[in-house]
Design a protein around this ligand. Structure first.
Ligand SMILES: [Zn+2]
Length: 230
């Protein structure tokens, strides 16, 4: 008889979503989240690291996005302020993910001025959409999680806390539900006393379609869904 593998220890986890807001995507995720509660029984709060105004056209995107990245549309707080307002009204936390979703390895972003402009430019779009700058938490997550010395220095200087996290793989084009679920299990089955901070992308169909069922399954297995805090 082979000994049974012990069941993995349940782990606490929090949710964050990068690269929105886009209609039909961010609102679908907000609908799903409205079904869930945090550890205190209050409606679940997640973190949304939104993009100020990502270019809509392929060639414009090439200036900012990582060269290896396949093209898809990313979010714009400028064009979709109603989605920002809805996320805020529902208690979620909005974080800075730059205006154009810049890839920090482009030569321009080795300069503090260019990075500062990206971070402060985001604030203009966020404030226009209802982000209340003096009281709101100032959280920054660099696109592609590229927290280079320049990115970190500029964000810190502007009063931001750098927020990392663990990506669930939904931005990798070949990844379907199975791969994403495997990655999440891998993260949650790694013992740690700290809650895991999962990074999803609310603009990716695998997430908008399957988030609710995924969260249901993880909770059934005993994993503990918590409010986002950073
Ligand atoms: Zn991103």
């Amino acid at each position: 008889m082979t000994p049974q593998k012990p069941a993995p220890t349940p782990r606490a986890f929090m949710l964050s979503f990068d690269d929105g807001p886009l209609p039909g995507k961010t609102d679908a995720v907000l609908d799903v989240l409205s079904r869930f509660r945090g550890e205190d029984g209050e409606p679940l709060r997640a973190g949304f690291f939104m993009v100020g105004d990502a270019p809509e056209r392929f060639l414009a995107g090439r200036r900012y996005f990582a060269p290896y990245e396949l093209w898809w549309r990313k979010g714009s707080m400028r064009r979709h302020p109603e989605l920002v307002a809805r996320a805020l009204a529902e208690g979620h936390i909005i974080g800075n993910h730059t205006v154009h979703h810049v890839w920090a390895r482009w030569p321009a972003y080795r300069h503090m001025d260019a990075v500062r402009e990206e971070i402060q430019g985001w604030e203009e779009h966020a404030e226009a959409a209802g982000w209340n700058h003096p009281t709101a938490p100032r959280l920054f997550r660099a696109p592609y999680l590229l927290h280079t010395p320049t990115m970190t220095a500029a964000a810190t200087e502007l009063g931001y806390r750098i927020v990392g996290g663990q990506t669930v793989g939904d931005a990798t084009p070949r990844n379907g539900l199975r791969a994403v679920e495997q990655q999440i299990r891998h993260i949650l089955n790694t013992p740690d006393t700290q809650p895991a901070l999962l990074i999803f992308h609310d603009i990716r169909p695998v997430t908008t379609c399957h988030l609710g069922a995924l969260l249901d399954r993880l909770q059934l297995e005993g994993h503990d869904l918590r409010h986002f805090s950073a």
